[in-house]
Design a protein around this ligand. Structure first.
Ligand code: 13P
Length: 287
């Protein structure tokens, strides 16, 4: 069943666990994510970034929404890291049921003003909105372990942002970084920062940068107030590594059904592991 963020997060409300939000580009990874969630009876968020939306034809999202409507689990199609009003509106026109507006690199007041405008338009269409305060880190150099300066979210700012914008969920910067974690970089989720925000903010909290974070820290964050965890790089990298492996080991392999099928299974295993870690396996009673 396709709904928005509210629909998908409702089954985990008050249960100290989180819903997985997996970034997909095309139909094979989409298939892997949805099937993994259905097999585990977990709500799921399929999300797509603006550069991926540009890469694909908009008709792809007709297939995504149709498939998700017919799923027995609660699903949402979420536009991740929208950077403009127009981008978010385009996603809504394409059938996305939820959008993120990431104004985290804007001056705080500007972030509030633009997010509020997007919330007003999106809510009129029954679409939910995720905002962001603070700034989540980004892997800059995988070889040297360089990560750009992250700005931890501040609890007072987070509370004010939510009250003044009306967002349905809030992405917080608590020590995770986007992208594969560089060798030698030791990520640390600041549970103290999370605790302070969770005490002040009445909407579900979102953790970005779910790839390569230590399992125990992620599981603890989900128990302590994170309701949505974004994962992208880890399973995409595994997908292409498996494709490369199959191609290298079988010179006659030329069919997607032969090559991609194994990569889909690889992604399903990773997605299932994440869902178990987030604690949302089995929370859907319907199927
Ligand atoms: P990773 O690529 O680090 O998993 O981050 C995904 C993400 O946060 C997308 O918004």
């Amino acid at each position: 069943m396709l709904g928005n963020l509210n629909t998908v997060l409702a089954p985990v409300a008050g249960r100290a666990c989180a819903v997985g939000a997996f970034n997909v580009t095309e139909s094979t990874m989409f298939k892997a994510v949805v099937e993994a969630a259905e097999e585990l009876r977990a709500p799921v968020i399929v999300q797509v970034s603006p550069n991926e939306v540009e890469f694909c034809d908009v008709e792809l999202y007709r297939y995504f929404t149709d498939r998700l409507w017919h799923s027995p689990i609660p699903c949402a199609l979420h536009y991740d890291h929208g950077k403009t009003f127009e981008g978010c509106m385009g996603a809504i026109r394409a059938g996305f049921t939820s959008v993120m507006f990431d104004g985290s690199r804007l001056p705080f007041e500007e972030n509030i003003a633009l997010t509020r405008e997007i919330v007003r338009a999106a809510h009129a269409a029954g679409v939910t909105v995720e905002g962001e305060v603070g700034s989540i880190g980004e892997t800059v150099d995988f070889e040297t372990g360089a990560v750009d300066a992250m700005v931890y979210s501040d609890a007072d700012q987070a509370a004010r942002f939510v009250a003044e914008t009306g967002v349905d969920a809030l992405a917080v910067s608590i020590g995770t970084v986007h992208g594969l974690v560089p060798v030698g970089y030791k990520p640390k989720i600041r549970l103290d920062v999370l605790e302070g925000i969770a005490a002040r903010v009445p909407v579900p909290l979102v953790m970005h940068g779910g790839s390569g974070m230590p399992d125990d820290q992620v599981a603890q964050a989900c128990r302590q107030g994170i309701s949505k965890v974004n994962v992208s790089s880890e399973f995409k990298r595994a997908y292409y590594e498996r494709v490369a492996q199959v191609v290298a080991s079988d010179p006659s392999a030329a069919s997607p059904t032969k090559i991609a099928a194994q990569a889909v299974e690889e992604v399903k295993e990773i997605v299932k592991h994440k869902i178990e870690l987030f604690g949302s396996a089995g929370v859907v009673a319907c199927c």
